[in-house]
Ligand binder design. Structure first.
Ligand code: 1GP
Length: 249
């Protein structure tokens, strides 16, 4: 996203909250979105690898009622395309070897996306082993990158950048037991110039700060916020603290 590129160039960090339409109930959603006026977030991501309720449109409308924060779709397949969002992560699952998720679904989605008016964000999506099998790994039929192989992650991201992708998303998967390690984030940071998104299992201000320090440009949090109401203030503070040090530097 042009905006994420700006974050990368300025050294500022971003926080995104992932809303899974299946998991969040409308009243809780309104409360959460209202609370972001006190504890700002930079983006809302809407989606997940397996959706059963198909209420993306309603979720987006609720966000828009309370907030002007940009909304980015995080789709699992072409049925999750919803034109009322602002942009879509056009994910190529480059950590896997399943052609459907590297290019197949994209061919099906392309004409719909062209009509949708959504901003397209070509993203190298890398699943990283998190100590437990995640829904996205199961649904995509792909093996995640080993947690302790930063070199493999770096080469994968490099290839993604050379192929022309514009963002890298390192994801341990929702509810990950282990978040992506700072060592792996730093290796990817050293290997590519692209903005790096990191998510999965970020459930404390410390983990958020570590990911940002290692080179993440944006962190994504989903599960943790639904489970712990104190997390949003902590994450918002971690990102703010980081950005203050950038402004002062
Ligand atoms: C998952 O990166 C996201 O795709 C967010 O993960 O729900 O564990 O925060 P969590």
């Amino acid at each position: 996203m042009t905006t994420l590129r700006h974050y990368r160039l300025s050294g500022r960090k971003a926080l995104a909250v992932l809303l899974d339409p299946d998991k969040i109930e409308q009243n809780a959603l309104s409360d959460l979105v209202v609370s972001t006026t006190r504890f700002p977030v930079d983006f809302f991501l809407v989606g997940g690898s397996l959706v059963t309720d198909y209420v993306h449109k309603e979720v987006i409308a609720t966000i828009r009622r309370h907030s002007q924060t940009p909304i980015i779709l995080f789709p699992g397949n072409p049925t999750h395309i919803e034109p009322s969002a602002d942009a879509i992560l056009f994910l190529s699952l480059i950590s896997g070897r399943n052609p459907e998720f590297l290019i197949g679904q994209h061919v099906i989605a392309a004409p719909l996306l062209k009509k949708s008016g959504l901003e397209i964000l070509p993203t190298g999506y890398m699943l990283v082993d998190s100590g437990t099998q995640t829904t996205v790994s199961y649904i995509s039929g792909t093996m995640p990158l080993p947690h302790d192989k930063p070199g493999v992650a770096a080469c994968t991201a490099m290839a993604g950048e050379m192929l022309g992708l514009k963002l890298i998303y390192l994801d341990a998967g929702s509810g990950a037991r282990w978040a992506v390690s700072p060592i792996m984030i730093a290796a990817v940071r050293a290997a590519v110039d692209l903005p790096i998104i990191v998510g999965g299992g970020i459930n404390s201000g410390e983990k958020a700060y570590e990911a940002l320090k290692a080179g993440a440009d944006m962190i994504v949090v989903g599960n943790g916020i639904e489970q712990n109401p104190d997390l949003l203030p902590q994450l918002s503070a971690a990102v703010r603290e980081f950005n203050q040090s950038v402004v002062q530097a």
